[in-house]
Design a protein around this ligand. Structure first.
Ligand code: 4AD
Ligand code: MG
Length: 463
């Protein structure tokens, strides 16, 4: 007897071999001919294994007939070719053991289509659905692929702190971290004395590992981070989470052009990687979520990416004659509707927008000679908009210090970041890729809450 997972059995199980499998019942049908058909799923792949249980089995009444949707089973049986259409094999059960029963009256996941809104209220059970199982497997494959890409190219994976004292993006969307007794602080009604706090100063959850990654890039040459990131942004959109995962490569002796090459190389690599490894799950998304998922992926896996300046993007938007909800003009930030218009209607491919006005980007981006724009790059893809934000970094001590003052940042607070420009400075660049936005693009799922296991958004902290 061979203990196996459904994936192994479906991809090369031996006819006539005896297998032991364990999983959860997706559905059961009892035929008049004296058989029950059980669709068993164990999460190893999207497909179920069909189990045939004869009513002559001694445990038929007690175990098989109580195997409702959602219950867990152990089955031992012999693999046969299946006469039924749509499947090559089936397991003829010799023994069926009900491990974890389910009360069908209260089990919330019945065999029908549930709305994504409803499934978010049962985030602990939704991985048992086809969609969320597939998302989890794709997310896993993408994560593995990201490490593979960087490891094969000599990047060093570094772990940057989750608790920090700096605000890298300067946007102030910070979660505070404290060990102070907030009730006591409130009762006293005095100004908060952070010297009494664990770190002796204000602390927050990181919005980016970039600054620390820069320190390591200026020693190891090429590094990347891959970890959780936090933003206390009080916006309820389909593209924002309060906790999300970001991949941040940082490269020394690399300018904006080199940065664009790495970003494009990474995206192309990942799209090819999932097309190769997640065929079944992608077909499922293509069928049930968005019919353009696979064709778009194939397009961006090998196709071309348009590089345009911010100034050109604004021109294209102004000339479009299209009525946008948000105003377009040089110096204003591009909104999602603008990004999507450029990507989907003007170019119909991913675009990389460079040289943004300095006033709408963080202080650390390298100032261009025009003194008005910075060497920023945002990568936009159809349907999702921005998935990557990055730049060449300001590597000149004086300019960086001046930019800090101009943007209201006290250079003393960032003395160590300035030191990197004082000692052995070098041109360097990097970017941040939002993992969830990438998974949204790959799966076609329109809401970011459905591509992370337990989403954190304003007002949601169950699970
Ligand atoms: O453009 P952002 O803010 O860039 C940075 O944080 C830089 N420090 C990165 C760097 O240069 N090392 O964020 C990078 C990416 C965005 O393009 C987006 O994909 C994702 O992170 N992102 C979010 N994803 C989900 N929810 C949010 N609230 C996000 N904010 C940013
Ligand atoms: Mg950005």
């Amino acid at each position: 007897m061979v203990r196996a997972r459904v994936l192994e059995i479906l991809n090369g199980g031996q006819i006539g071999e005896r297998y032991e499998v364990m999983g959860w019942v997706r559905s059961r049908r009892d035929s008049k001919a004296g058989f029950s058909f059980i669709d068993l799923n164990d999460g190893s792949c999207l497909s179920n294994l069909q189990i045939i249980a004869d009513k002559e089995l001694p445990e038929y009444e007690d175990q098989v007939l109580r195997a409702y949707t959602g219950s867990s089973l152990r089955v031992v049986g012999v693999l046969n070719e299946s006469p039924a259409r749509g499947q090559a094999v089936e397991l003829k059960a010799e023994r069926v053991e009900l491990i974890g029963p389910v009360d069908p009256a209260s089990y919330p996941l019945q065999k029908k289509r549930h709305s994504f809104e409803f499934l978010r209220t049962i985030a602990h059970l939704r991985p048992r659905t086809n969609t969320f199982g597939a998302v989890a497997r794709v997310r896993n494959a993408v994560s593995y692929g990201i490490h593979k890409f960087f490891q094969d190219r000599g990047f060093v994976y570094i772990h940057t702190p989750i608790i920090t004292g700096s605000d890298c993006e300067g946007a102030g969307e910070l979660f505070h971290v404290t060990s102070l007794d907030l009730e006591e602080v409130a009762r006293k009604g005095e100004e908060i004395d952070f010297s009494q706090d664990l770190f002796g100063r204000p602390a927050n959850l990181t919005v980016s590992g970039q600054m620390e990654a820069e320190a390591y890039a200026l020693a190891l040459g090429k590094v990347y981070t891959f970890g959780p990131t936090f933003r206390a942004e009080n916006s309820n959109t389909s593209r924002h989470l309060a906790e999300f995962w970001m991949i941040e490569p940082e490269m020394a002796f690399c300018d904006l052009k080199g940065n664009i090459e790495v970003a494009r190389g990474l995206l192309r690599f990942i799209f090819n990687w999932v097309l190769e490894r997640c065929e079944e799950d992608l077909k499922f998304f293509n069928r049930f979520i968005d019919q353009t998922v696979v064709s778009t992926l194939e397009l961006v896996a090998n196709g071309d990416y348009e590089v345009i300046t911010y100034t050109r993007a604004v021109e294209l938007l102004s000339e479009s004659g299209k009525k946008f909800e948000f105003h377009v003009g040089w110096g204003l930030d591009l909104r999602s509707e603008h990004e999507r218009y450029l990507c989907e209607e003007v170019f119909n491919k991913p675009i990389i927008i460079i040289d943004y006005p300095k006033d709408i980007k963080p202080f650390y981006m390298k100032l261009n000679d025009d003194e008005k724009t910075v060497r920023a790059m945002d990568v936009l893809v159809p349907r999702v908009g921005e998935i990557i934000g990055g730049s060449e970094r300001e590597d000149r001590y004086e300019v960086l210090e001046r930019r800090m003052r101009e943007t209201g940042i006290n250079p003393e607070d960032y003395w160590w970041y300035l030191d990197l420009r004082r000692y052995g400075s070098a041109p360097h660049s990097g970017f941040g890729l939002g993992l969830e936005r990438l998974i949204q693009f790959i799966t076609g799922l329109s809401n970011i809450r459905d591509v992370i296991p337990f989403p954190r958004t304003p007002g949601n902290l169950e699970f």
